[in-house]
Design a binder for this molecule. Sequence first.
Ligand code: GLY
Length: 360
Amino acid sequence: MIANARQRIRVELGDARSYDVVIGPGAIDELTAIEARTVVVLYDVAVEALAQQVLTAFGSRVLLVRGLVGGEDVKSWELAGEIYDWLADVHVDRDTVLIAIGGGTVTDLGGFIAATYLRGLRWCAVPTTLLAAVDAAVGGKTAINLSAGKNLVGVFHHPSLVAIEPAAFTTLDPRDVAAGMGEALKTALVADPELFAFLEREMPRALAADPDVLATTVAHCVAAKARVVAGDERETDDSGAGGRAILNFGHTVGHALEKTCGYGVLRHGEAIVLGMRAALALSRERGLAPAQADRIMALVNAIPAPRPDAAPDAIIKATASDKKRKAGKVRFILIHDVADPYIVDDVTEASVRAALTAIA
Ligand code: GLY
């Protein structure tokens, strides 16, 4: 995809909640087409200029604006409570649309507030990090964190529109580009062989934030996620091949690493890169062909991620509190091959310990 072309991808939910994800320059212009008597805007102060464009477009219909410093800390009960009070102060009603502009933490929080205030406001997401654009802001998962773990309180509440301006990625810190590419590669590995082939060719340009390569990557990820979400919106498919749960490839160990290292130390996408190394080692143990495992691992390893400061015992203990466990068993998403994922819940502690050597 050329970065200056606009693309529209439908997330089909089978009813009036279906919505578009618009990718390309001027995508935010489509926000004003959403029927809204008034709007409330929550934005990350890192993208002040983009937020200003949205505010200008809505003019006197803006009821409330709050700049936030994005990061896991914003997904807290305390801030959510403060925002509910602000919404009450300005008399937000059901004709108000909430617009969340920023990375995944801001869109997760904004979506959660929208889902819960007045039992549900409409909302729009403007993801401005690569990770939010390829994954977090698409698909309707919203949440806040508890000290016991990330995203433990949340609801499914889809936005009415997702507007992605690829220009926002040009100012990202290289670590954030790498983190976003981690989630993008995850999508390729479970759901999009064409994207995998593209990334095998283009990973260096992606990591250098080449606008065309990132625009193509985002479009592939959004389309793949839309397909997966359309098939299993609420992640209830328990068949071995998995429904939406396949999007958690690399996340069992990834979430455990984030918790063990301390939230915010690793970027989420970095933790997923490390978690994918462990998931690939486990996949290989269960039959992923060694040559293919090496080929995939080479692409995972091309994405820089810090060496985590976490002991195997602590990581293993943290996997046990993963919210994706079922009937007390820890679940892993593994792959037979690219785009051929499956779910297991019988991985032994010894196998996890061995797989963690892939991270060290
Ligand atoms: N981030 C995985 C999902 O949305 O299901």
